[in-house]
Design a protein around this ligand. Sequence first.
Ligand code: G1P
Length: 277
Amino acid sequence: MLPASKSIPKEMLPIVDRPAIEYVVKEAVRAGIKEIILVTHSAKTAIEDYFDTQFELEEQLEAKGKNTLLAQVRDILPHDVSLISVRQHRALGLGHAVACAAPVVGDAPFAVLLPDVLVDCDGLDEDLGIMVERYQASGAAQIMVEEVPAERVDQYGIVALKGGVPVPGESTPMTAVVEKPAVGEAPSQLSVVGRYVLPGEIMGILAETPRGAGNEIQLTDAIASLMERAPVEAYAMRGRTFDCGNKAGYLQAIFHFAARHPELGEQVREMMAAELG
Ligand code: G1P
């Protein structure tokens, strides 16, 4: 997302009127998660500030009687949700980022949401919520997957399954997962989307996971080790993904969420129709 992300974190780029990170945090909240941990670094303090109180702004809005805006600025998250942030001091990979949250997570099960990807279930039950329920019912880790074209398997973690591809909304045992396999060498076209429900024991595994693809500590490799001692399932998502880590995906997310925006949606749909006109 350069050059836009040169001086602000890409997670703070707006999708209509809210930063991308808010969509991801709210997805976790809709899934019933009450404690959110941001793994961040020194160049991304804007993210922590966004979820904090902004006294001056609130005072100004209050003085001007702008109560609707005031409520929107104040009530980003429900009051029973807490947000903690931890720092990743060195960029050693996704597995390392997850391990940075170990002192807060302890040995409790937890979910991982990668903020580059937005997931929208468009009014259906939240995929992540279903994954949490499935974990609670079976104890099997849940990895959200979706099919990708064969020529793009080298951009994702790719899973191998025991049986056929599960129907959307269901999960099935995984037998392997590989990080960014070469095109033609992938075990399937089912890609890891960036939503995981994992047991606390993976933190211990991560602590011992050596650097893998891209010389980084890969969450994928820790999941492959977890699979040797505990059940891991691939959950076939029902919703849609928007990869905001690239320009086309980011624009698609804007079109999608703008067209469904409670105040602007109708106007936006008319504008889009006129543009296509
Ligand atoms: C990460 C994961 C990969 C996953 C992807 C989803 O890769 O390592 O397994 O498929 O996110 O977006 P990254 O995109 O950080 O390279």
